[in-house]
Write a protein that binds this ligand. Structure first.
Ligand SMILES: Cc1ncc(C[n+]2csc(CCOP(=O)(O)OP(=O)(O)O)c2C)c(N)n1
Length: 351
């Protein structure tokens, strides 16, 4: 993107048919993702988060820009992973329910049965994730197959990490999607690491997108830290899928600036690497690009920041004082009838 002082006076139209308001929305969701995760870090350090905390620091543009390319009004679906909080927010997830979920509160979507962002909502078009890497690819292939069989113009988008691409489930899922020409987009977030395994030990291909050719489908590679490049890569793939053109593999090149989760001290990361990627921060870049092009003023972006801060103040304040689930409800909604019978037995002996 080239910008000059003169272009700020008469801004060029934003790319990819996006409006100024839509660019502000892209910024909103990236900032919301980061700020919500920062609140979660504070709560984690106060031991108020139950279980692990998985950050997407530095990857906000890839989640937000790709999810934004789906059409929620047409019933498109996505399948997030632990680092795709941003995509869920775009799809309509609310900060309060994310906070409740991380703190295992009684009112959380899974009522304390599952943690972090492991939940789904079919009405809002995001699917609860299976932890086993790669498994969501065949699951989304099934969803996309149902769209195709019912002749619905809907698209399914599934996220995988560089590590997940080495699994058998990924291979079976992408192959099936390719052969069946399913209305599907597979977004690979190449963030350099799978837990402590760097890319060079993960795969022998030079670029993950090279794998697309082996399945006979189009492959696209984009800068995952540039929200407009991400949107620009994903939108045509979504429309191709919707129009019967089948599945595309998109590689978004980014970097995992935090450890696998908060407990991971990243001792395996070479010196200077994190700092080099800090300089390519997707939110800083968005602010720079949007203001230089005249698509947003610093004041407009600061207003968005302030709106998010007060939204999160309210959500954290409300959630912190909410109760945990009743201990005796632990088996409700988890297992089938025999377990409930057992629970009744415990209730009886409990008096
Ligand atoms: C089949 C399988 N093997 C191992 C794990 C344990 N595990 C959970 S996340 C993770 C790393 C995932 O790396 P990647 O797919 O690159 O995604 P990233 O964490 O980098 O976003 C591992 C090894 C798992 N969940 N499933």
């Amino acid at each position: 993107m080239t910008t000059t002082a003169a272009s700020a006076a008469t801004p060029a139209a934003p790319p990819h048919g996006l409006s100024r308001a839509q660019l502000h929305e892209l910024y909103y969701y990236m900032r919301l993702t980061r700020s919500l995760e920062e609140r979660l870090v504070n709560l984690y350090r106060q031991t108020k988060v139950i279980g692990g905390l998985f950050r997407s620091l530095g990857q906000e543009a890839d989640s937000v820009g790709s999810a934004y390319a789906l059409d929620r009004t047409r019933g498109d679906f996505l399948s997030p992973l632990i680092r795709n909080l941003g995509s869920m927010l775009v799809q309509g997830a609310q900060p309060l329910e994310i906070l409740r979920q991380y703190m295992a509160k009684a009112e959380s979507p899974t009522r304390g049965r599952e943690l972090n962002i492991h939940y789904g909502d079919l009405d809002r078009g995001f699917i609860g994730q299976i932890s086993h890497l790669g498994d969501m690819v065949p699951v989304m292939a099934g969803v996309a197959l149902s769209f195709k069989m019912r002749k619905q113009p809907r698209v399914g988008l599934v996220y995988v990490g560089d590590g997940a691409m080495s699994t058998g489930a990924f291979h079976e899922g992408i192959n099936f999607a390719a052969v069946q020409r399913l209305p599907m987009v597979i977004v690979c977030e190449n963030n350099g690491y799978s837990f402590s395994t760097p890319m060079r030990k993960q795969t022998a291909v030079a670029q993950l997108v090279d794998k697309a050719a082996a399945y006979g489908i189009p492959g696209v590679r984009a800068d995952g830290n540039d929200v407009l490049a991400v949107y620009g890569a994903t939108k045509p793939a979504v429309e191709l899928a919707r129009n019967g053109g089948g599945c595309t593999l998109i590689e978004l090149v980014t970097y995992r600036r935090k450890g696998h989760a908060e407990h991971d001290n990243q001792s395996y990361v070479p010196a200077g690497e994190i700092e080099a990627w800090e300089a390519k921060d997707p939110i800083d870049r968005c602010i720079r690009d949007f203001t230089a092009a005249g698509w947003a003023t610093a004041g407009e972006l600061a207003d968005i920041d302030a709106r998010i801060a007060s939204l999160l103040d309210e959500a954290v304040g409300a959630c912190e004082n909410e109760p945990m689930p009743e201990a005796m409800s632990a088996l409700d909604g988890v297992l089938a009838d025999p377990a409930r019978t057992e629970l009744e037995w415990y209730r009886r002996i409990d008096g």
